[in-house]
Design a protein around this ligand. Sequence first.
Ligand code: SF4
Length: 449
Amino acid sequence: MNEHDSERLAGIMVEDGLVPAVSESDADVIIFNTCTIRENADLKLYSALGHLKAVKERRPDLQIAVGGCMAQKDRGEILERAAWVDVVFGTHNIAAAPGLLARARSEGPVVEVFDAPDPEANRDMAPALYAVRELAFAAWITIQTGCDNTCAYCIVPSVRGGEISRPLDDLVAEARMLAASGVTEVTVLGQNVNSYGRDITGRRTLFAELLRALGEVEGIERIRFTSPHPKDLRPETIAAMAETTAVCPQLHLPLQSGSNRVLSSMRRGYSAERYLERLARARAEIDDLAVTTDLIVGFPGESDDEFDETLAVVAACEYDSAYTFIFSPREGTRGATMTDQFVASDVIKERFERLKEVLDRSALAKHAAREGRREEVLVEGPSKRNGAMLSGRTRQGKLIHFGDVGETLRPGSLAMVDVTHGAPYHLLGTVASTVRGPRHKVRIPLLSS
Ligand code: SF4
């Protein structure tokens, strides 16, 4: 969500007449779009702002703005700690950034943080078309903002507010516009995508309808989504995934812990058994499904036995990959108040390593099992590991590096690639054939002599 907000913020600034700077010293405006999910984000922001103090003294016309979740949380405190900041804005008024920067030029420092989206005052729910995207052929579509859950470790509800869904028709229209501009892959984005629409209709199956409706949009060949909440993963969603050709066989289902006591303390709303049941159903109905997850190590009170329960559930789930996090107390959450139950850092470190071993084992097995298969790959560009190779994503969302074998596959092309090797975090392969070239237009810079 934060990355997509950054894309939209960049798009809004470009629309206002700015051009991307090649370096920090070249910039007239520097905006930090902050995230508060983990504690070190706070430290990183204030350290980066500290570094800019001398720069601002040398170049008083430089404008510095701080937006995002930390600005939403800290508001005026940011100016108290870094008086050389010009603008502070929150998660609900991203689109106001150009106006706030203009105001600050005449009035001095401005802090404007809304507690809820103000549709009249900004375009926060505006189409992804405003975004400056890293990949021209792949886009995120935000379908909802905020979250109505109260997970004990999570700061999102307090900085993003309650769930607000965008109308289904607007989302389909946005997907059509994206497809017309050459986008072929969309990732549907929300804090809890499968509760999408409940705030506008009270119906429980709207996310499934949305997936089916997006699947009808001509030109959109791949649909992904993140993240569904295990407690809300309904049979209708699984059926929509299975029956909609464009929806990729990839499910990111955050487990967080495999211990029922810890899950209850986290206020997750499901048990390990319920999670396994829903995952088994998804795997049974969706052909060749890749499954990924999120896990937190060292939630307050997590005992050795409870961590072993997590290891057992993780092993049973046979994940393709996982994001693992060390518990980070976030001020304002219930987890942060459980100080008497905090787990010692050396214990967490040891648990983290054991978890990684189990996850790497299943990832390697999943990837090795794909050796010899022919996969449809959306080409992203030259490999960051080896410039002589290309990188792309399979329909399961797996990163694959492959040789081009004489064909010049441009980013956005679709190719069939034979998998030759499966490593824990990627695949290797060789191109078998080209399916099609890119659909998006590429701007060629005009050079003057
Ligand atoms: S579902 Fe839980 S973890 Fe996810 S955003 Fe909402 S409160 Fe946070």
